[in-house]
Ligand binder design. Structure first.
Ligand SMILES: NC(=O)C1=CN([C@@H]2O[C@H](COP(=O)(O)OP(=O)(O)OC[C@H]3O[C@@H](n4cnc5c(N)ncnc54)[C@H](O)[C@@H]3O)[C@@H](O)[C@H]2O)[C@@H](O)CC1
Ligand SMILES: [K+]
Length: 505
């Protein structure tokens, strides 16, 4: 695999080792601090103009996060901003103390009280970075709470102080930043749902960490990758070969729907349509056939015998005739037998919604006898039912990885930051999304879309899943931009998939 500062996500220990390798190779510590802080100051000046933010307060911590803050303070001062400093901890690391001496020499003032910063238009948080090692308490916790109570724009350097760099947990209390500049490499906390309300807008400052240094440290552990267009584009089933026909583009079967939840079947079908899959068959209870045909004229609709309440009673099909099976949207939990039939097939399967609830009843061990790939796409509630052992943990990256190891399945845990883990240990993270997607029906679209891409990318199931989740999120973002977050129903979302796809190319 190739290493890249935009894609690789690290924990604090890896960050420290990478930093150590850079310093050991000759880069002076002060030079890297200078570079990171100068680049951050440049971005700051662009986003927060002197005209609108003439007075800036800077909170200086004891370590190198505080050192960064002092270099930034110096640059802002030299650019004409009126800068006030507050340093709540007396004992500073050497380099930070040197930076403090120099800004004093320039005439910057260390205030005696935090209150002296209250009339600033903007606060810079350089209290703690990835060196935070214990819970905030006492006067430091009070200081953080006070800053939050001001409700001013707060810019955090590297990470919002108080947030655990890996798990994203709040250690006692934490700065509620409105904007965070992450230095050098994305840290895990930036993709933990828990931390998101504390980070605000996030931006990576490229300090020139070379792929070589990344490889030296990261090659021994499975990669955590932040999905971005450059990473995922090579896997797209585009351009299509010149000479091809529909069956060469794969045949997906979606098993879905009930009289009660007919819409889930339509939305899963629309999601699959968005992938461009060659052949799409949809098995539904007989009563839904004409409805499905009216929405998806290109699909082959298979009418199945129904139970008294309108769920699929049996699947009169040879499942191994299809390349991929996607199962769950709108199914109800009435008939576990069809899930057992799907589990017994030799084909790759995607289980979602009630298929997951039935699997939770059957037991996750059922997956161990499968001969082919399984993809599970739970939201948090479904995840807890499937993997009750992990429901106490808040570290979504870790538990998705552990759930995948335990079940042998690719697990996609839905959230504001969706995480995908494969049993080989690979992790993909979807870096942005829209709360427009927190709405009934959007998961059904995703199931169809994963099915459609997996059918066309049989050799790369984790990447097919990541591609689908990425495009799904992008479609949500694009649709919300045009229609607001309230205007993105499932059908609209499916209609934006092509725009998301075009955005990748
Ligand atoms: N990794 C990199 O490539 C770079 C890192 N830099 C900066 O260096 C930072 C890391 O610096 P450090 O390792 O010095 O660590 P920090 O500056 O994050 O903080 C460590 C200091 O805080 C104290 N501390 C930790 N938890 C505390 C608590 N709960 N209450 C009170 N004191 C506490 C520690 O004793 C130590 O003195 C990064 O976040 C970043 O801002 C940049 O200067 C240059 C580039
Ligand atoms: K900080």
């Amino acid at each position: 695999m190739s290493y890249n500062y935009r894609s690789n996500v690290v924990n604090s220990e890896q960050m420290r080792r990478i930093e150590g390798a850079i310093f050991a190779s000759g880069m002076p510590v002060a030079a890297l601090m200078e570079k990171a802080a100068l680049l951050t100051a440049q971005q700051l000046k662009k986003s927060y103009s002197l005209a609108n933010f003439p007075k800036i307060g800077v909170i200086v911590g004891p370590g190198h996060n505080g050192g960064d803050a002092l270099v930034i303070a110096r640059e802002l001062h030299l650019a004409g901003y009126q800068v006030s400093l507050f340093c709540p901890i007396a004992k500073l690391k050497d380099l930070t103390a040197q930076q403090a001496n120099y800004v004093k020499h320039l005439g910057l003032i260390f205030q005696e009280t935090l209150e002296s910063l209250e009339d600033c238009q903007l606060i810079i948080d350089g209290l703690f970075g990835f060196g935070l090692e214990r819970t905030l308490s006492g006067e430091i916790a009070e200081l953080v709470d006070k800053i939050n109570s001001w409700q001013k724009p707060v810019i955090s350097i590297d990470i919002a102080s108080g947030i655990h760099t890996d798990t994203g947990e709040v250690l006692g209390t934490a700065i509620k930043a409105t904007h965070t500049f992450c230095l050098g490499l994305w840290k895990r906390a930036f993709f933990q749902d828990l931390a998101l309300p504390y980070l605000g807008k996030v931006e990576l400052i490229d300090i020139g960490i070379s792929p070589l240094d990344l490889e030296t440290i990261l090659q021994d552990s499975p990669p955590i990758l932040r999905v971005n267009p450059d990473l995922i584009r090579p896997y797209l089933p585009l351009p299509r070969p010149l000479l091809t026909h529909k069956y060469q583009q794969g045949h997906l079967l979606i098993i879905c729907g009930s009289r009660r939840y007919a819409g889930g079947a339509i939305l899963a079908g629309l999601g699959a349509r968005g992938s461009g899959v060659g052949m799409l068959s949809i098995a539904v209870p007989a009563a839904l056939k004409s409805l499905l045909i009216s929405h998806l004229p290109e699909a082959l609709i298979i009418d199945c015998p129904e139970t008294a309440t309108g769920a699929i009673a049996e699947l009169p099909l040879e499942l191994n005739n299809y390349h991929v099976l996607a199962c769950g949207p709108g199914l109800t939990t009435e008939n576990p037998a069809i899930i057992e039939q799907v589990l017994d097939s030799d084909k790759p399967i995607i289980l979602d919604a009630d298929a997951l609830n039935i699997l939770a009843q059957l037991g996750i061990e059922k997956l161990s006898s499968r001969q082919n790939k399984t993809i599970l796409t739970p939201h948090w509630g479904e995840f807890k039912r499937l993997f009750p052992n992990f429901s106490g943990s808040q570290d979504r990256i870790n538990i998705t990885q552990e759930a995948s190891q335990q079940s042998g399945a690719i697990v996609l845990l839905k959230g504001a930051r969706t995480i995908i883990a494969s049993p080989e240990g690979k992790i993909y993270i979807i870096p942005e999304s829209s709360s427009a997607l927190a709405r009934g029906g959007s998961g059904d679209v995703l199931t169809g879309l994963i099915g459609g891409f997996l059918t066309q990318m049989p050799d790369n199931p984790p990447e097919a899943t990541a591609l689908a989740a990425y495009l799904h999120a992008q479609a949500g973002i694009l649709a919300a931009k045009e229609r607001t977050e309230l205007g993105v129903d499932g059908v609209t979302l499916a209609n934006y998939l092509f725009a998301a796809l075009k955005g990748l190319n």
